[in-house]
Design a protein around this ligand. Structure first.
Ligand code: GLN
Length: 305
């Protein structure tokens, strides 16, 4: 495994020159285009890595399945899915085109921005300080790493430029999909996106999800099985934005990407995988990361289909 990871990372590193870093959030524009790394945990707790697997980056949309998981535990399945659907959209993650045509006036799934914003509004806590601390504690526990925090400069950078998300949130409020103070909810969403972690952390979380919320390393149930399975299922159908279908065919692993360049993958009963590569393709997925996963999945027969 170790040699294979090294080989495929170096094989696909040149591809990073063909993508772009996400500079619509200005502070993300400082990322190194050529970084590419992968981290893998197997069920026995063995760990393998290659490339820039221990560089910290903001997880952006990779936070969406994690906050969804906490919301499901906080509020239950029924309430969560009264706010968002479970269907892929085929539209870009930040699309506003279906805002008025959403099925039953709710975002189609929890992984498009509108859906994720609706979900974070369900997180319990008396104010944003308590809510983000709960989210961070949850992510730290999943990753078994206390050293996970919010990158303040990236949070602020998105806060001052995030008018597209702001407009979606105002619309959701107007149709009664969310309650509460719009700017507070938006701040919390930008904070969850600015959580800093490494590919290794994502692999560790992926391993917990791959065992239905049970951590084979700590030998402990970290989150309930039912909720872990819901999140993995939505990762399989909606995790790679409007590239989810192609990713299912070529890689075949439940995954979730973010514009910081991260991808979390969970191979049921077998592996947790984290990828980092901030050079993105046109859909916003790590250009080298997707190729690395394609090769890895083929070599180790990881497709779940
Ligand atoms: N914070 C980003 C946004 O809302 C997250 C998007 C992403 O990673 N796809 O635009």
């Amino acid at each position: 495994m170790k040699d294979m990871l090294k080989k495929i990372i170096e094989e696909h590193r040149p591809l990073t020159n063909q993508g772009q870093v996400a500079d619509y959030i200005p502070a993300l524009g400082n990322a190194n285009l050529n970084h590419l790394g992968i981290a893998v945990y197997d069920s026995d707790g063995k760990y393998y890595e290659a490339g820039e697997s221990q560089i910290k980056f903001t997880i952006q949309s990779v936070s969406k399945p994690l906050v969804l998981l906490l919301a499901l535990i906080d509020s239950g399945e029924e309430e969560v899915f009264s706010k968002v659907g479970m269907e892929p959209t085929g539209d870009p993650f930040n699309s506003i085109i279906r805002l008025e045509t959403f099925d039953k006036q709710k975002p189609l799934n929890p992984f498009i921005n509108a859906g994720a914003i609706s979900i974070v509004s369900l997180i319990k806590g008396k104010d944003n300080i308590e809510k983000i601390e709960r989210i961070l504690e949850f992510v730290r526990r999943l990753a078994d790493n206390d050293n996970i925090s919010v990158d303040n400069s990236i949070f602020l950078s998105e806060k001052v430029t995030g008018d597209r998300n702001r407009s979606m949130l105002y619309f959701l409020k107007s149709i009664g999909n969310i309650e509460g103070n719009v700017e507070d909810i938006l701040d919390l969403y930008f904070m969850q996106c600015a959580i800093k972690a490494t590919a290794k952390d994502l692999a560790r979380i992926g391993l917990v999800l791959s065992h239905g919320g049970y951590d084979p390393i700590r030998e402990e149930q970290i989150v309930p099985k039912r909720e872990a399975k819901i999140v993995s299922s939505i990762m399989a159908t909606c995790g790679m934005y409007d590239e989810s279908g192609e990713f299912a065919v070529k890689v075949g692993i439940p995954a979730k990407s973010g514009v910081g360049g991260g991808i979390i993958c969970t191979v049921p009963k077998r592996y947790g995988i984290g990828v980092f590569g901030p050079s993105l393709d046109r859909k916003g997925n790590s250009i080298g990361g997707v190729k690395v996963l394609e090769d890895l999945s083929r070599e180790f027969d990881m497709s779940i289909y």
